[in-house]
Design a protein around this ligand. Structure first.
Ligand SMILES: Cc1cc2nc3c(=O)[nH]c(=O)nc-3n(C[C@H](O)[C@H](O)[C@H](O)COP(=O)(O)OP(=O)(O)OC[C@H]3O[C@@H](n4cnc5c(N)ncnc54)[C@H](O)[C@@H]3O)c2cc1C
Length: 384
């Protein structure tokens, strides 16, 4: 398909969701991916959290739109996205953290997430009896937050897009953009030149490199995140909410009968794109798990079962979404900052609205690419 309507660079969840929604709208789509299959960037390394408890209205609204799309997903694509509303529980250990969570709650309620609520320590014990409550002053809980299965979402979108005629081309490492005329861009690959009106940068943590090829400086940088898998069967149920300690970001969930531990203090590395697991981090993680979850007092971890991946960070931790003004026809769906799987159903929906009519169901001005140059980044809660 050398003359598609749209070329998408990158076959992670963003590229796949975008390709599906564009193909569903009748557009001819080609996705160019440098790896040998979809999802090999960050998408398949994610832990599968979904939440609408955020600290800005736009992120709450993206999550609510995603939830609506998740509920339709199986009917649309034939694949179960694994949405399990087990909840997200944020745990505060100081009055200041509690105040910050309350500020977030007010924003969430205003944006339409009515079911998120404040919870006392005794309510926390009822929601999940597994957390040691010493030092916990309260928290917030949203029962419709929970989990999704990134691999299912990705497969559903790729297969449904292909059924609608989208083409996924893998192992395309070397390509260059060529400006053909005011309304058409070309992408030269060793085997083919694709000419299209639109190109979409869905390059994940590598989006700045993709942008550079178009002469664009895109403020997206990688941030390494590690995941520890506790050895053996979990003493905690799969239905336990994602439980997040606001004091340091340590959090845990249970997936397929195994406990996953996350702690966002990754040891520094010389290579910002390094995804090798660094086991020097494990002692700090285990210490927190044992202190805070008594059932894990004897937990052990085999480093060989752990992994690391990259978040695609933007300066204000919100997606950079829309047309690059410096390069008309180039659209950005970058920098979701670790929330890409949960927001991809919404962002793919919005991308097709933007490209086909310019009329989007959400006001996307907070996500416009030029907000940093204009000195108007999003300002939200540091905890959410
Ligand atoms: C440990 C961990 C836990 C996470 N947990 C969650 C979570 O609970 N919930 C959630 O929503 N998100 C989570 N995330 C974040 C989520 O994985 C990302 O936000 C999401 O995968 C981003 O999707 P993407 O398509 O933009 O990027 P990717 O999946 O990285 O896809 C980008 C693709 O572009 C390709 N590419 C890059 N450069 C080029 C090029 N020059 N030419 C061709 N192809 C190129 C890459 O090979 C890659 O396949 C987590 C991430 C990590 C690492």
């Amino acid at each position: 398909m050398p003359n598609p309507d749209v070329v998408v660079i990158g076959a992670g969840i963003m590229g796949a969701s975008t390709a599906y929604h564009l193909a569903k709208a009748g557009l001819k789509v080609v996705v160019l991916e440098r790896r040998s299959r979809a999802g090999e960037g960050s998408t398949l390394r994610a832990t599968g959290g979904y939440r609408a408890q955020f600290g800005t209205g736009i992120n709450v609204k993206l999550s609510l739109l995603s939830r609506q799309r998740l509920l339709e997903f199986e009917q649309e694509t034939g694949v179960n996205p694994g949405y399990q509303p087990c909840g997200y529980l944020f745990l505060a250990s100081s009055p200041e953290q509690m105040q910050e969570l309350r500020r977030g709650l007010a924003i969430q309620h205003q944006a339409g997430l009515s079911e998120a609520r404040e919870v006392s320590s005794s309510e926390i014990a009822q929601i999940t009896p597994f957390i040691a409550l010493d030092g916990i002053v309260g928290g917030t809980f949203c029962p419709t937050d929970g989990f999704i299965r990134p691999a299912n979402l990705l497969r559903g979108y790729v297969e449904a897009a292909q059924r609608l005629g989208a083409e996924f081309v893998y192992n395309v490492e070397h390509w260059q953009p060529v400006l053909e005329n005011a309304s058409t861009m070309g992408i030269n690959t060793p085997l083919e030149t694709y000419s299209s009106a639109y190109v979409i940068n869905a390059g994940g943590a590598w989006a700045a490199e993709v942008g550079q090829k178009f002469g664009l400086e895109l403020p997206v940088h990688p941030e390494k995140r590690q995941v520890a898998l506790v050895s053996g069967p979990s003493p905690l149920p799969d239905s336990m909410p994602m439980s997040i300690f606001c004091s340091d970001g340590f959090h845990l969930r249970v997936r397929d009968g195994r406990v996953l531990l996350l702690y966002p203090q990754t040891p520094p590395s010389d290579n910002p794109f390094d995804t090798a697991f660094d086991s020097s981090w494990l002692s700090e993680v285990l210490l927190r798990a044992k202190e805070r979850v008594p059932a894990l007092a004897n937990a052990t971890i085999d480093p060989g079962e752990c992994w690391a991946g990259l978040y695609e960070m933007s300066p204000d931790k919100h997606v950079i979404f829309g047309e690059a003004k410096e390069r008309p026809g180039l659209y950005l769906i970058n920098g979701s900052s670790g929330h890409g799987n949960m927001h991809a159903p919404a962002l793919g929906t919005l991308m097709v609205e933007l490209i086909s009519s310019g009329q989007t169901q959400l006001d996307l001005s907070p996500l416009r690419p030029q907000r940093f140059a204009e000195g108007e980044p999003n300002v939200g809660s540091v905890l959410l």
